[in-house]
Ligand binder design. Structure first.
Ligand SMILES: C[S@@+](CC[C@H](N)C(=O)[O-])C[C@H]1O[C@@H](n2cnc3c(N)ncnc32)[C@H](O)[C@@H]1O
Length: 212
């Protein structure tokens, strides 16, 4: 008997951004796979399969295996699963294990990208949206960075290094930037500065860069 896989977006981090659909689905699932931080957002979880970054693939394999054996399995992804999230990885593992796509449901969440756009009052359908997470192809930002639109970027390296990379590649060091750090958490920081100042500042890895 085939089970069910729910790939669930949990939003940017604070529980107030969790959807009711996410809460209800986790509650009704036999197993829930997610980072410790993601699982802690839910009060009602039957069997927790928590992971740290290094264990991610093993735990996703375990979750899909449980679904193959007839269980309802929720797999948690920060923000939205379809934006630098686990969606493609879970689809690949499921296909490898012969788990039917019709038994996979994706439940969207509020992406950190959306919250950054909201904080900056940006209509993000008119912005360049770029993710470099897990990739080192940041030179792809160069052809679009001066096209007249705001660029919302999920950095692949330290924010200060990304800013320095842009300056080194000819972007005006006075260009306005907003760094949205730890969005939705009590210590959220929204920093407005220019590229040069950002290149001299320290941020955690949990940031979205908005280059205006
Ligand atoms: C693996 S990606 C996941 C993105 C996620 N799927 C989303 O839609 O927001 C993780 C990166 O997203 C960004 N991110 C996630 N949550 C964030 C938050 N609360 N505040 C700022 N950036 C965040 C950071 O750049 C972090 O390194």
């Amino acid at each position: 008997m085939t089970g069910k896989i729910y790939i669930i977006g949990i939003g940017p981090g604070a529980s107030e951004y969790l959807t009711k659909k996410a809460i209800d689905t986790v509650k009704a699932s036999d197993y829930t796979v997610g980072s410790t931080r993601a699982i802690e957002l839910f009060d009602d979880v039957q069997n927790k399969i928590a992971f740290n970054v290094k264990e991610l693939l093993d735990k996703l394999e375990e979750g899909v295996g449980l679904a193959c054996n007839g269980n309802a399995v929720s797999i948690l992804s920060t923000g939205d699963p379809g934006f630098s999230g686990v969606l493609n990885t879970v689809l690949r593992i499921s296909a490898e294990k012969g788990f039917p796509k019709e038994s996979i449901e994706v439940i969207p969440g509020i992406s950190s990208l959306q919250l950054a756009a909201a904080r900056c009052h940006i209509q993000w359908d008119s912005a360049n949206v770029m993710t470099f997470h897990g990739r080192e192809n940041i030179e792809e930002i160069l052809p679009v960075i001066n096209n007249g639109k705001t660029t919302i970027a999920l950095p692949s390296r330290k924010v200060k290094d990304m800013a320095q990379f842009l300056i080194d590649n000819g972007v005006d060091e006075n260009r306005e930037v907003t760094v949205c750090e730890r969005l939705s958490y009590p210590d959220e920081r929204i920093v407005d500065a220019n590229l040069k100042e950002i290149a001299q500042s320290e941020f955690t890895y949990m940031c979205i860069m908005v280059i205006k």
